[in-house]
Design a protein around this ligand. Structure first.
Ligand SMILES: CC(C)(COP(=O)(O)OP(=O)(O)OC[C@H]1O[C@@H](n2cnc3c(N)ncnc32)[C@H](O)[C@@H]1OP(=O)(O)O)[C@@H](O)C(=O)NCCC(=O)NCCS
Length: 191
């Protein structure tokens, strides 16, 4: 069975649904920012042509049923403020990888934690996944913290795995098994 998100995922402040071409203007504001893409394996979008090329790439990735690209919509004003993705779906192992990005203006409000909580809960229930993975540059402190708060376990370091923006870098692999998602973890006093 192909990976298929067929409904809108709702959290208190957000909605997640599959990306549409009409989302690209909002997504340009997210991915057109060097600080946002600093740790991502693609170049900062320079124009709507880059946005369109990304959309077409996502459509091709989704076609065989091994990926689903969602946008993160703020309920308050219906703006698309980020995106999150399930990809590299392996049906036999009921496993997929997670990717995510949020516009800089929205960082630090627990919004991606809320979005991923909704997506992951959906992945483990409706999509019947049993394991999720994420690869993160260890220098990406916000992303590491986010995954740890959700219950992901740091499983190992893959040395010089990626080359992006002219540089080879290590990645840490994080894994989360069904039943391990932490929905309402309170930050510790040490942060
Ligand atoms: C990573 C990212 C999605 C986090 O989104 P966010 O909505 O700001 O994250 P949250 O507010 O849910 O915060 C998650 C945790 O990280 C912490 N955090 C946020 N920014 C941080 C930073 N720069 N350094 C250290 N910790 C940070 C938060 O305090 C929070 O921890 P807490 O629960 O102890 O308070 C966002 O920074 C982003 O889009 N970055 C660029 C794209 C990217 O790197 N994607 C991931 C690729 S692997």
């Amino acid at each position: 069975m192909p990976l298929a998100i067929t409904s809108v995922i709702e959290t208190p402040r957000l909605k997640l649904r599959l990306v549409r071409e009409t989302d690209l203007t909002d997504l340009m504001a997210v991915n057109g920012d060097d600080l946002v893409t600093r740790h991502l394996p693609y170049a900062t979008w320079q124009s709507m042509a880059d946005a369109q090329a990304w959309f077409e790439r996502m459509q091709r990735l989704q076609a065989p049923g091994t990926a689903q690209q969602c946008v993160v919509i703020r309920k308050e004003d219906h703006r698309v403020i980020g995106s999150c993705l399930l990809f590299r779906y392996e049906e036999g192992s009921a496993r997929a990888e997670l990717g995510y990005v949020l516009g800089r203006a929205h960082w630090g409000q627990g919004l991606m934690r809320e979005a991923l909580s909704g997506l992951i809960a959906h992945a483990f229930s409706d999509l019947a996944l049993r394991r999720l993975e994420a690869e993160v540059n260890p220098a990406n402190h916000a992303s590491v913290k986010l995954l740890e708060r959700l219950g992901f376990v740091r499983e190992g370091l893959l040395r010089k795995r990626w080359v992006a923006k002219g540089e080879a870098y290590d990645v840490e692999i994080f894994g989360l098994l069904k039943g391990e998602l932490r929905l309402n973890s309170t930050p510790s006093p040490m942060g």
